[in-house]
Design a protein around this ligand. Structure first.
Ligand SMILES: [Zn+2]
Length: 334
């Protein structure tokens, strides 16, 4: 007997709940409800692994990580673990329609649910972000009511009220709360996000890793848009500020423009040995026209003014125009 490991960041309540269960008191089906990005599906998959792991353990929650079952789960090939996501349709009338690979139909599920276990033990079904058409729900109802022996159903949803009461009433509901910022940051770091960026996104994410990842993606896009705008403006092209001159992206976009301007000034004053902040743009900054450093410094000041204006209620487009005038003034010496 070992103490299995069970690594899910956050979800203290659900962890505590399942720790108190035994194989005998485990229900046949659970519905994990809560906001997006709080670990419902991760928890369902770890619970599935705990139930399928063949190493004897002291508690229900936990897995060894190296038995044949754990190895197969890690490679996504365990024959007794069925994982799907999204809306479940009845599946017999839209055969001409498009199906995402991991989308399950009620027909698939009925077939899968009536199959025998490969390993002779449990079979676990994880249905993430699940939603059923009425027809699909009706076709599956008897399985929710009384699944075949050894079948475990783990469903997750962000919109529990949208599920049909007939489905909901046949499953044990477990609520997953929002994560703390520290938990969100820890999850992002585990995914390879740099600690600073993870902490920053976690602060703004309101307890959801989904929102944090969207913020990280969005900030990347803002940076690219503002960088492109900066060079186009200085190279005399028609620059479109639409990619960063929006209320949520404005502050970040201006910061990018200021950073590039500061680097431009640093290169002109200190030469090519000066360490730049936007290192990935060093070559392009070096190719910018020779300008009087005093003019660049003045533009930097004007960008600081634009930043202060940005904190008031003026439109982002107007702030972008102030920034554009600040940069163009360097070129004209105005
Ligand atoms: Zn194992």
């Amino acid at each position: 007997m070992i103490d299995g490991r069970f690594e899910v960041i956050g979800a203290a309540g659900p962890t505590h709940f399942f720790e108190s269960l035994t194989a005998e008191t485990l229900s046949h089906g659970y519905l994990f409800a809560g906001p997006a990005g709080v670990g419902k599906k991760t928890f369902a998959l770890r619970l599935a692994q705990s139930l399928l792991c063949i190493t004897p353990k002291t508690t229900l929650l936990g897995y060894c990580g190296h038995c044949s079952a754990c190895t197969r789960i890690a490679s996504g090939t365990h024959p007794d673990l069925y994982v799907a996501a999204g809306q479940v349709k009845i599946g017999d009338r839209d055969s001409a329609g498009f199906h995402a690979v991991e989308e399950a139909t009620a027909r698939d599920l009925v077939r899968q649910l009536t199959m025998h276990s490969y390993a002779g033990g449990r079979r676990v079904f994880v249905l993430g972000d699940v939603d059923f058409t009425r027809e699909a729900a009706n076709a599956l109802l008897k399985f929710f009511e009384e699944p075949p022996p050894e079948v475990e159903l783990l469903l997750t949803t962000t919109a529990v009220a949208r599920l049909l009461p007939t489905v909901r009433s046949r499953l044990v509901e477990v609520t997953f709360p929002l994560l703390t910022a520290a938990e969100v940051a820890a999850i992002l770091e585990r995914e390879g996000v740099a600690p600073d960026a993870a902490a920053h996104a976690a602060q703004l994410a309101g307890g959801s890793t989904t929102r944090a990842r969207a913020l990280l993606d969005g900030e990347g896009t803002t940076r690219e848009a503002a960088t492109a705008w900066f060079f186009q403006t200085l190279e005399g092209g028609s620059a479109d500020a639409a990619g960063w001159a929006t209320r949520p992206a404005l502050e970040e976009g201006l910061e990018v423009v200021k950073t590039l301007t500061r680097d431009w000034l640093a290169l002109r004053v200190g030469g090519s040995d000066v360490p730049l902040l936007a290192r990935d743009q060093a070559e392009r900054i070096a190719r910018l026209p020779e300008r009087d450093p005093q003019l660049i410094a003045r533009a930097l000041g004007a960008l600081g003014d634009a930043e202060r204006v940005a904190r008031t209620n003026v439109s982002p487009a107007l702030v972008a125009d102030l920034a554009r005038m600040a940069l163009v003034a360097v070129g004209t010496g105005a």
